[in-house]
Ligand binder design. Structure first.
Ligand SMILES: [Zn+2]
Length: 206
């Protein structure tokens, strides 16, 4: 299990919104490429977590698909907003990761949520808190730095750096880029920004 930490953990509650260092960004891109290799997707191709579940060693399920849940619990799960709970990765005894997703989120958001759970597992992040929501769903929380590392890695795996750079260079819009990779426009803009290509994007897309 890869265990790389940036910056060294131990400092109290690192601010996930802190501007990332170049080293951190490079680390994210490297690990995103490692995840894409695991998924065996083409260098610049889109990554659909559902298609590569087996390669990623996970099973993505929505609560409706969990046979053990009663209709009453399922109904409650559907009332939990993605802001409260978007997904949980549950490591199984056989090493498999079961990714339970809140069905009440867009497919674009569900993609990054699923990959974020795979990224937590990829890094071997230990949850800081495991709570059971009133509806019975298990929510695993991580420290802000680990949340940032997992989410940003998932975003980078969905939208590889080279694909973003190429799109910006061609003057493609974030809307078109997002559509090509089946991600949200917000995610495409987020990637353009953290790759420090926003000024070029504004200039080229004008
Ligand atoms: Zn997370």
């Amino acid at each position: 299990m890869m265990m790389t930490k940036y910056p060294p953990t131990g400092s109290a509650a690192p601010d996930a919104a802190l501007p990332p260092t170049r080293e951190f960004l490079r680390h994210l891109e490297e690990q995103a490429i490692a995840l894409r290799r695991r998924a065996a997707v083409a260098l610049l191709g889109p990554l659909d977590p559902w298609i590569v579940q087996e390669q990623l060693g996970c099973t993505i399920v929505t609560p409706e698909a969990v046979a053990a849940m009663t209709p009453e619990v399922r109904a409650q799960v559907c009332r939990v907003t993605p802001q409260e709970w978007s997904g949980t990765g549950l490591p199984m005894p056989d090493g498999h990761l079961m990714v339970l997703l809140n069905p009440d989120q867009t497919i674009e958001r569900a993609r990054v949520t699923a990959l974020e759970e795979v990224a937590h597992e990829h890094y071997g992040h230990e949850p800081t808190q495991i709570i059971t929501l009133p509806n019975g769903v298990i929510k695993r929380s991580f420290n802000p730095r680990n949340e940032q590392e997992a989410y940003w890695t998932a975003a980078a795996a969905l939208l590889p750096m080279k694909a973003v750079a190429l799109a910006v260079w061609r003057g493609q819009t974030a809307v078109a880029l997002a559509a090509d990779y089946a991600v949200s426009i917000e995610l495409a803009e987020f990637r353009i920004k953290i790759l420090r290509l926003w000024p070029h994007y504004i200039r080229n897309a004008a």
